[in-house]
Design a protein around this ligand. Structure first.
Ligand code: 13P
Length: 250
């Protein structure tokens, strides 16, 4: 079974609604007719409705960068799955390393969020990845397996059909240091083997595993041409329409 790649833009805490709209207006003509890959944009929460509206009629999807696990409640500053869906968004990132690092998101919280996203039919992009000292200590596989086990606890193969994993080694995020295709392929193989262990071979084979960490127009092709790499999650280089379009169309 061949997996359709997903190329996704994580805008992090950049772009006002007006800037997000200007991006989409410039970006859509650049990727018109591009059917090889799925494309998704993850704007900040204040730009989400604007982006949903602006991509209407195209095949580009929109999602949140983070979502709370509760359906509603006294969680100041948070956004629920119901709210995400009410504005017409379809995807969410879960457990991005910046959430883990700055907002204390644990594997347990990631797991709760994943259950909520799947329950509400939201496509979850679960982010995992090792720190530099994990890699240097030879612990990359241990970290990936631990994060996957934590994220997927109690998730059934039937529920996981829309699951997307993003492998983002923390040392490659925003640093300009990209994992080599060989390093990424090795990590993805570890992820896929653990997915097979947790969810069965069929789901593992069908699940898209994206690479993220300093993806640019210059390296997108080498990474995304690898059989094991099913697309990219792009930060900095997704902020400009021409740069992100060049990555999509590598
Ligand atoms: P950069 O592409 O800026 O390294 O960010 C990667 C990332 O964190 C995407 O989620």
């Amino acid at each position: 079974m061949s997996r359709k790649a997903l190329i996704a833009a994580n805008w992090k805490m950049y772009k006002t609604p007006a800037e997000a709209k200007a991006f989409v207006d410039a970006f859509l003509p650049l990727v018109a007719g591009h059917d090889r890959d799925d494309i998704a944009l993850f704007p900040s929460v204040t730009s989400l409705a604007t982006v949903v509206e602006a991509v209407k009629g195209s095949k580009v999807a929109a999602g949140l960068q983070n979502m709370h696990f509760a359906e509603e409640g006294a969680y100041t500053g948070e956004t629920s799955a119901v709210m995400l869906k009410a504005v017409g968004a379809t995807h969410t990132l879960i457990g991005h390393s910046e959430r883990r690092q700055y907002f204390n998101e644990t594997d347990e919280v990631v797991n709760k969020k994943l259950h909520t996203a799947l329950k509400h039919g939201i496509v979850p992009v679960v982010c995992i990845g090792e720190l530099l000292h994990d890699r240097e200590a030879g612990l990359t596989a241990d970290v990936l397996v631990r994060q996957l086990k934590g994220a997927l606890a109690g998730v059934t193969a039937e529920a996981a059909h829309s699951l997307v994993i993003a492998y983002e080694p923390c040392w490659a995020i925003g640093t300009g240091k990209t994992a080599t295709p060989k390093m990424a392929v090795e990590a993805h193989a570890i992820v896929r083997a653990e997915l097979a262990n947790l969810l069965g071979a069929e789901v593992a084979k069908a699940t898209r595993i994206l690479y993220g960490g300093s993806v640019k127009p210059e390296n997108a092709k080498d990474l995304c041409c690898e059989e094991e790499i099913d697309g990219a999650l792009v930060g900095g280089a997704s902020l400009k329409p021409d740069s992100f379009a060049a990555i999509v169309k590598y």
